[in-house]
Design a protein around this ligand. Structure first.
Ligand code: S3P
Length: 179
């Protein structure tokens, strides 16, 4: 439920490989919104890649970067925000997003996620001997947070374009109800 809160933005949450960045760009284009990717903002500000931040500063430092960006997002309007997979699991981040954005979670099974991310080397949390097991483990921990989204959208059987159409539809419904 979005209740009576203001909705100026759209936030995409969900596990790595669920299509947040690709869908986010499509949705921003369709809504004529600015596109913002929290990982990209962090890399630009830190002057290093996410992998380097994890290696040199550790995960807690990365989560602190995320928390600061989330705080700043409250001042934005007409922005599609694509978030890192772990961002909603840190206390305060999801409630903050919900003060200004419709929060949509993109969902996929561990097997599908594994298929989508298996060739990518830029995700430090999946550089493990058994990435599928790690995906299952992390997804189980994160599921209760992802389920707090306003809308949960299964990406299993939909193309990126179809997912984007659904997200835009949900945004229009929520925005019409709250403007
Ligand atoms: C992370 C997901 C990544 C990135 C970082 C940590 C996570 O973003 O923020 O590697 O904790 O799931 P994507 O979900 O965009 O891959």
């Amino acid at each position: 439920m979005t209740g009576t809160r203001p909705i100026h933005n759209l936030a995409l949450i969900g596990f790595m490989g669920t299509g947040k960045s690709s869908v986010g760009r499509l949705v921003a284009h369709q809504l004529h919104f600015t596109y913002l990717d929290t990982d990209q903002v962090i890399e630009a500000r830190a002057g290093k890649t996410i992998t380097e931040i994890f290696q040199q500063e550790g995960e807690p430092a990365f989560r602190e970067w995320e928390r600061r960006i989330v705080e700043e997002l409250t001042r934005r309007t007409r922005t599609v925000i694509s978030t890192g997979g772990g961002l909603p699991t840190v206390e305060g981040n999801l409630p903050s997003l919900k003060t200004h954005a419709l929060v949509v979670c993109l969902w996929a099974t561990p097997e599908t996620i594994f298929d989508r991310v298996r060739d990518a080397s830029h995700r430090p949390l999946l550089q493990e001997a058994d990435p599928l097991a790690r995906i299952r483990e992390l997804l189980a921990i994160r599921e209760p947070f992802y389920r707090q989204a306003d809308v949960l959208l299964n990406t299993e059987t939909r193309s990126l374009h179809e997912v984007a159409v659904q997200v835009v539809h949900q945004y229009h419904l929520a925005h019409a109800a709250h403007s």
